[in-house]
Design a protein around this ligand. Structure first.
Ligand SMILES: [Zn+2]
Length: 506
């Protein structure tokens, strides 16, 4: 048994949960569900980021304390993720006392190790970005390049983290651990960034009251990085339960979008090194590019997971997020694309196979499935599907795991087309063909369970199998012929009713 500790970014409590949040979280959920089925010891963390000037100001405007404001928004994230059947083991809020304890522990350690110093900062700051800019980065008229709004000039005493001291150590780490940052294109980006030279960055503010006070100078509140990034370590007990921390930390994997690559792949590893802690493994994904006619005028942040789940079903949208936008590079996300993929992959392939198999077993085999043949042509395909899943999940490529399983679905449909059991007289020949097809379906359902747990449980029961699918252990459960024969196969309601394709506006 091995350990797996998967994190999503903490989501900033200034917005409703949107499809971008759902994307990373559902991928993390499927990944951790796969590992649970493999019998691994799993910890899946998500949560929310509560501090910063933006939240302080938004709460003031709403007449609430930042604590109340953040707690309310955090609930909307918990609800949204629960509605997507996300089985996180913990939900961290950076406003919690346990987090303050961990952040202060880390700050103290890094300060004592000599990597934090006091300096004066004067610079240009965008409140919305919570980031400092160089003159050269601004748009004409001193506007923030992201928000296109006026920036603020500030001068204040700050504490700084000595990031510049870590160039060589970061390069050594990435050389010694070539898969610490995946995919390779993103690792190369990080290497390029480090080789350009690293600047120390400010880690405190006196102008903000909402946040974690520095333990040696409580007039200063911790600013962004030591606060936000430390959440991952808080959740497994940094500074509060070091035995637990040491058990989980070596197995950490951060799932992040490429917009926060610099902070997770340069700042955070250096901060950890400064405290004598090993840097994490990071899997970086691209952007969801919203396209197509129906969604193209909608921003990513205006597309809500609940609306998509209502249209495609919870399992449907989980599948579509994982398969339509493979982790890694940017990928287009359009309503037209979702409908087309839903119909092709779920209605026509997956759903149709299960319905068709149950129908023929009912008509030709008295509803009972026999033992699959050990020399069935589908057996090798099923074994390849299992191997393909193992490889893809280990390399954190959920969309490729889907592809491996869908090859088995297509081959099973083709096997039925070739054998045409619906035309045959009842008897041993058709029973053998159908037992093979039922066995292939059983393995498909096992392999797809991390992505579509509710539908797969229904399908599992429809195949006459007992117990919770989540309790099945891979790879043993996916061995060809490992289930009892003589089961009653039941044809249920269609798992994925076909969607009408909207007529094109001319
Ligand atoms: Zn900005």
């Amino acid at each position: 048994m091995s350990r797996v500790f998967v994190t999503t970014p903490i989501y900033y409590v200034n917005a409703r949960p949107h499809v971008g949040h759902a994307y990373t979280t559902v991928n993390g959920d499927a990944l951790t569900r796969w590992h649970r089925m493999c019998g691994d010891d799993v910890f899946f963390l998500t949560g929310t980021d509560h501090h910063g000037l933006k939240i302080q100001r938004a709460a003031e405007a709403a007449g609430q304390s930042p604590q109340e404001w953040g707690d309310e928004v955090a609930e909307t994230f918990k609800t949204a993720f629960a509605a997507l059947n996300v089985a996180n083991d913990d939900f961290i809020k950076t406003s919690e006392p346990r987090h303050y304890a961990s952040v202060q522990w880390l700050l103290r350690k890094v300060y004592d190790n000599g990597f934090i110093y006091k300096g004066t900062y004067s610079g240009i700051y965008c409140v919305s970005c919570e980031a400092y800019y160089d003159d050269s980065e601004l748009l004409a008229g001193e506007l923030c390049p992201i928000h296109k709004r006026p920036i603020e000039h500030v001068t204040e005493d700050n504490y700084f983290f000595k990031l510049s001291a870590f160039e060589d150590r970061l390069l050594e780490w990435l050389t010694a651990s070539p898969d610490a940052i995946i995919p390779t294109t993103k690792r190369n980006e990080v290497l390029g960034f480090i080789r350009q030279g690293l600047r120390d960055f400010s880690i405190s503010r006196t102008s903000i009251s909402w946040g974690v006070p520095l333990p040696w100078d409580p007039e200063h509140v911790c600013y962004v990085w030591f606060d936000a990034l430390t959440n991952y370590a808080t959740a497994v007990g940094l500074g509060t339960d070091m035995e637990r921390f040491e058990a989980w930390w070596p197995h950490v994997l951060h799932l992040i979008g490429k917009d926060i690559i610099r902070f997770h792949c340069v700042y955070w590893p250096a901060m950890l090194m400064a405290a004598g802690i090993a840097p994490p493994k990071v899997a970086v994904h691209g952007y969801l590019l919203i396209g197509g006619e129906k969604l193209s005028k909608t921003g990513l942040t205006q597309i809500y997971p609940a609306d998509l789940a209502e249209e495609f079903g919870v399992d449907g949208i989980r599948y579509l997020l994982i398969r339509e936008v493979p982790l890694g590079n940017d990928a287009e996300f359009s309503h037209e694309g979702l409908v087309a993929r839903y119909n092709a992959d779920l209605a026509n392939n997956f759903g149709n196979l299960l319905t068709r198999v149950a129908t023929v077993v009912a008509k030709k085999c008295g509803g009972i499935t026999g033992a699959p043949r050990l020399d069935s042509p589908l057996r090798a395909v099923a074994e390849q599907a299992l191997a393909g899943n193992q490889l893809a999940w280990n390399e954190i490529r959920p969309a490729e795991a889907v592809d491996a399983t869908w090859r088995l679905i297509r081959e099973t449909n083709a096997f039925l087309e070739t054998n045409e059991p619906w035309k045959a007289e009842p008897g041993p020949a058709v029973e053998a063909v159908m037992a093979d097809a039922v066995e292939a379906c059983r393995i498909v359902v096992l392999l797809t369970n991390p992505i579509m747990p509710t539908i797969c449980q229904r399908a599992w029961e429809g195949l006459g199998l007992a117990g919770r699918l989540d309790d099945q252990r891979l790879p043993a459960a996916a061995a060809w012929g490992s289930a009892p024969s003589g089961r009653t196969v039941v044809k249920g309601d269609p798992l994925f009713p076909r969607k009408a394709v909207a007529a094109k506006a001319s």
